[in-house]
Design a binder for this molecule. Structure first.
Ligand code: MG
Length: 451
């Protein structure tokens, strides 16, 4: 079973996104609202992250939905996974005004299907078609929708995450949360507190200028988090991107945990005693395969993008295959028993449960994992498809995988060369169990590319 990527004009890997005022305008938000309202009549939930442009864009989006005849429930500022959870429980569709991890000048819209998953390729193309061909339907005066606010609904999400774990599992555990002034300010510290943890937080004021750090939770922006973790004797620090579908961690010594290592740790916790499948894109570390094999699980690969992971999980489950975990090597993990989308709050809560079970310092758990050398590069390329074809030819004697771009599997090493979904760039990733082999493989690929 293989999902294929298809061309979209407005939608990228995770919704529509762009710089506010030029690419992402209230006009476009209105068009998206009208088109979504045409496709998904009924009651639509709308939420947003903390960006300064959020109120203007959300108002326009709601105007479109109402004009198309949908009723709108405004859930206010909340994480994308919280809105996804609410849509699956109560609504006919949803939309979140967010640019996720992008800098403050960006904003966008993620569209949510009735089952809580992000809108897939085919439906996104149909939505774009309504916009470009101006086929959205406008309701008459007697059919326009009504709006109500339900800012307290987020409580249901916090409850659901907390209830997925035994009560007070985090007792005696000190933790630090850094929502980065984003949407998780209202949820993650609350979730951790209800699990019994003593919670310190920073960047917990909702502020779309992101004064503490950028919405991308990269290691460079997390030194205040690391400092607070060591100063308070916390077991870990957790940080989110702007809309909190992703979570990243620092250990008790304040060291950043690379996201593939995080995925491996969580998989080692979640797969214990369960047999089934882990779904992840071809860009994820082989560490995951090593962990899966420990428990008799296996890894199923998808193209890069969380919607491909979620849709593959749904398809596998429909065929009767037990799916244990899904996710990407960027801190975006999917827990199928909870919901079929990436959930940063759930990942923070899972880390509490992991540490409560092992009783060990997070840094020891990290150093006990097998080590892989991971190298990344990106470069401009006018003809990415031509390059992939030339690579396929050059490496034709090897084990090749064309799920997304080209992946060359060579023993305990692999390389992935794939065109970016959003920019005229090609991304190269190389990984090996041996540092020397990783460098050699990387030079081999880059040597060919430079020619
Ligand atoms: Mg995000």
């Amino acid at each position: 079973m293989q999902l294929k990527k298809t061309e979209k004009r407005l939608f990228g890997t995770n919704g529509v996104r762009g710089i506010v005022g030029t690419e992402m305008t209230p006009g476009l938000a209105l068009e998206i609202g009208l088109a979504l309202g045409t496709m998904r009549p009924g009651t639509v939930a709308v939420g947003r992250d903390t960006r300064t442009s959020g109120p203007a864009l959300a108002s326009a989006l709601k105007a479109g939905l109402l004009a198309a005849g949908c009723d709108v429930v405004d859930c206010g500022i909340l994480p994308t996974p919280a809105l996804q959870f609410l849509v699956r429980a109560h609504f006919d569709a949803g939309a979140v005004v967010t640019a996720s991890h992008n800098p403050p000048e960006y904003n966008g819209v993620k569209v949510v299907e009735p089952d809580g998953t992000e809108m897939g390729d085919e439906e996104s193309i149909a939505l774009e078609k309504h916009i470009f061909e101006e086929t959205s339907r406008m309701a008459g005066w007697e059919r326009v929708g009504r709006e109500r606010a339900a800012k307290n609904l987020v409580e249901e999400y916090v409850d659901a995450v907390t209830r997925a774990f035994p009560p007070s599992i985090g007792e005696d555990m000190t933790v630090v949360a850094d929502p980065g002034c984003g949407a998780a300010a209202a949820t993650t510290p609350e979730i951790l507190g209800r699990m019994g943890c003593r919670v310190y937080s920073l960047n917990c004021q909702m502020d779309g200028t992101f004064p503490g750090r950028l919405p991308e939770p990269s290691p460079e922006g997390l030194s205040p988090l690391a400092d607070l973790v060591t100063a308070t004797g916390a077991r870990f620090g957790v940080a989110h991107d702007g809309d909190a579908d992703r979570a990243v961690f620092v250990d008790e010594k304040g060291n950043f945990i690379e996201e593939n290592v995080e995925f491996g740790l969580i998989a080692d916790h979640v797969c214990r005693g369960r047999q089934g499948v882990i779904v992840t894109p071809v860009s994820t570390s082989r560490l995951l395969e090593v962990i899966a094999q420990r428990y008799g699980c296996r890894v199923v690969y998808t193209p890069v993008g969380s919607i491909y992971v979620a849709r593959t999980m749904i398809a596998l489950a429909a065929q009767g295959t037990p799916v244990v975990l899904g996710g990407e090597g960027n801190g975006g993990l999917i827990y199928p028993g909870h919901q079929l989308c990436r959930d940063g709050g759930m990942t923070a809560a899972t880390m509490v449960s992991l540490l409560a079970r092992t009783g060990e310092p997070l840094s020891s758990l990290v150093s006990a994992l097998p080590h892989f050398t991971f190298m990344k590069e990106k470069f401009r390329e006018k003809d990415p498809r031509g390059l992939i074809a030339r690579l396929a030819d050059h490496f034709s004697g090897e084990n090749l995988d064309f799920t997304d771009g080209i992946r060359i599997n060579r023993g305990d090493s692999w390389a992935l060369i794939r065109p970016s979904g959003t920019e005229p760039l090609v991304r190269v990733m190389v990984e090996s169990a041996s540092e020397e082999k990783a460098h050699q493989f990387y030079e081999e690929i880059m040597g060919f590319v430079r020619k």
